[in-house]
Design a binder for this molecule. Structure first.
Ligand code: AMP
Ligand code: MN
Ligand code: MN
Ligand code: MN
Length: 334
């Protein structure tokens, strides 16, 4: 096998000459062979060149695109490595993986999930990346979380009924279809009915923490989520630490807890983030020996953010994919 530098140059050559331009060549086979022996770690050095997005949603939870549509969009946006991380479900992953295979799309799919957890009265999201989606412990936790979601949704519906909005539970349930029901579905119904002027207002006025139709959820603990992600062979990432509206004292407490519970990485790079916020997260990673992840948290196309947009791993960070020693399959040619 060639030394890493040479292999990386080959990856680069492979990627830009063949995947991007879709030109086939006689040496393609040779490069494919070398790629098949590469580990994802090889891509770490190439991350400025590769488009990586490790946080996205589909209609299997509160995203607007089906798994197939999401993969098509990722392909149009020339994403090389994409994680699908739906809320408390892995239902979209086989669909996406089969679609990639069937259409021979040059995307490496990372199997993921976003687990809601409860910590000190806050709802903290833990993303699991590179997980075995058939793992029994994971499937058990998913069942438990789905039950908690169902009973919370019924209770939210009852509270909204008392606020003067009849039957929102059934409407939200219908909107969620076979996917995970979330508060985003309730927000969409209230918005569609003209009861609130924006989705955000639905949270601010009714279903957000402390509001009239807020229901305290019965999520698992951070520790449980991390343990189950590890049992499924994955890496546990604290999703969007800057979005929990915590003071710096509480944010540090949360990170200390996450580290104690054996969490692996913080989501250091999000699309709409001030450089100071990113530096602060990076410094937490360095201080607590945590890896770094990056993702758009894509739900549906909007002018504010999109797949892979504004995602660049800081040089001093240790990317979460350094933890993935498993050989990756070669990126398929079209
Ligand atoms: P749930 O997981 O059921 O609590 O639903 C939360 C989801 O609603 C999040 O994953 C977001 O996609 C969406 N959301 C949109 N705005 C807000 C907000 N202000 N607070 C919490 N969640 C929001
Ligand atoms: Mn969501
Ligand atoms: Mn989240
Ligand atoms: Mn998310």
């Amino acid at each position: 096998m060639p030394p890493p530098i040479q292999r990386n140059s080959l990856c680069y050559l492979y990627h830009y000459q063949f995947v991007r331009s879709k030109i086939k060549s006689p040496i393609e086979e040779l490069i494919m062979n070398l790629m098949s022996t590469a580990v994802l770690d090889d891509f770490a050095n190439l991350s400025p060149l590769l488009r990586i997005d490790l946080h996205s949603h589909t209609t299997c939870s509160d995203g607007g695109l089906s798994p197939e549509e999401l993969i098509d969009r990722a392909s149009n946006f020339q994403i090389d490595i994409l994680a699908i991380t739906d809320h408390d479900t892995v239902a979209g992953l086989d669909v996406a993986a089969n679609y990639i295979l069937e259409k021979n799309i040059p995307i490496k799919l990372i199997k993921g999930i976003e687990i809601s957890t409860a910590w000190q009265g806050f709802e903290i999201h833990i993303v699991g990346l590179n997980i075995d989606i058939k793992n029994t412990q994971l499937l058990q936790l998913i069942d438990q979380q789905q039950e908690a979601r169902e009973s919370r949704a019924i209770a939210i519906g009852e509270k909204l009924e008392r606020c003067g909005f009849p039957d929102v539970y059934h409407k939200a349930k219908e909107r969620a279809g076979a996917g995970t029901i979330t508060r985003a579905h309730f927000a969409k119904i209230l918005y569609q009915q003209g009861d609130v002027p924006s989705l955000q207002k639905a949270f601010d006025k009714y279903i957000g923490k402390g509001q009239r139709a807020y229901v305290k959820p019965n999520w698992c603990s951070i520790k449980q989520a991390v343990e189950v992600i590890h049992a499924a062979g994955g890496s546990a990432v604290m999703a969007h630490p800057i979005r929990y509206d915590l003071s710096s004292k509480w944010l540090r407490r949360l990170i200390v807890q996450f580290k104690e519970d054996c969490g692996d990485a913080l989501e250091v790079v999000l699309p709409q983030m001030a450089p100071q916020q990113r530096d602060l997260m990076l410094n937490y990673c360095l201080e607590y020996g945590l890896h770094a992840s990056m993702g758009s948290d894509f739900h549906y196309p909007s002018k504010w953010s999109d797949l892979g947009r504004n995602l660049k791993m800081p040089e001093r960070a240790s990317p979460v994919w350094h933890l993935w020693a498993e050989p990756i399959e070669p990126i398929k040619l079209c």
